[in-house]
Design a protein around this ligand. Sequence first.
Ligand SMILES: C[S@@+](CC[C@H](N)C(=O)[O-])C[C@H]1O[C@@H](n2cnc3c(N)ncnc32)[C@H](O)[C@@H]1O
Length: 328
Amino acid sequence: MSNEGYTRLDRHAHTAADDLRQFTLDVLHGLSEKPKRLPSRWIYDEHGSRLFNDICELQEYYPTRCEAEILHAHARDIVAAAGAPLDVIDLGAGDGRKSSILLEAASGARYVPIDISESAMQELVAAMRQRHPGIEVSGIIGEYFDALNWLSTRSGRRSLVLFLGSNIGNFSKVQARVFLRQLWEALNPGDLVLIGWDLKKDIDLLIDAYNDAKGVTAKFNTNLLARINRELGGEFNLEQFRHYATYDVYSGAIESYIVSMVRQTVAVKGLRTSFDFDEWEPIHTEYSYKYLQADIDALAAATGFAGVAQYHDSRRWFTDSLWKVVKD
Ligand SMILES: C[S@@+](CC[C@H](N)C(=O)[O-])C[C@H]1O[C@@H](n2cnc3c(N)ncnc32)[C@H](O)[C@@H]1O
């Protein structure tokens, strides 16, 4: 581990340069496709991670407040159910503000945040060491699937894996099932996972949460183009693109897009190429799937987990599942 308190763990990349190479390939691939798409993981550079923290403060963005309420009410029970010695492993940890509520009840545990955003990790490790002096913090920079590989190499300590903030909603329903099965495989019997799910609810509430009045979510989403400009020599004029988020009632997902408002050709010097956009052509950037309790229960049953507890906020807009790994 480095002095900063975190290590790098990338499947495709072992250095920041390799990370850049992967970003380059994903941009070339995604903007050459029809319909165009860019993976949402690339939103999270230093700017994107900060903007997501700002989103968490927005009046319209209820998930963070709902999940914080759940953790304040149940942190002790969750930690007690896990036992000791405990590793709290936080997948896609972000700024860890909610994980911190849980760590208040987990003295003596080790905290292992895993995130692709190096800037988020730097700030997180420093903040957690200060907030929780009794807890060893040892972060990992890596992608979710690298985290699974890392998890499968360890034994001896009980794991409580956090997958909070509706991170699972960024997977399609099939991807979520495959991911959860791989998570189950990587863990030992008796290990626990705590997963945050955003529940289906009034559609206007859902749409407002991804279309805030201050335009922070718009900046967050279009940070993808700003990042291409910064890191790959892109010439995107952000004034000519807009954020658009809508809810698909059939799939149950908020779908986020960046839409070109004019017909244009945009050069990306680092790729030595340019991309044509039609007037009103979208780039798909993110899914955020919403769930029913029955879907959640079915996923546990299909992937080998046994339900330990199901927690809700007072409005029942969000839920956290505590599941145990069962293997016989
Ligand atoms: C929506 S934020 C949630 C943060 C935090 N868990 C919460 O509940 O507030 C998603 C976090 O996951 C990280 N992330 C996104 N895609 C990832 C991936 N494929 N692998 C690892 N981390 C990822 C981002 O950098 C970001 O910090």
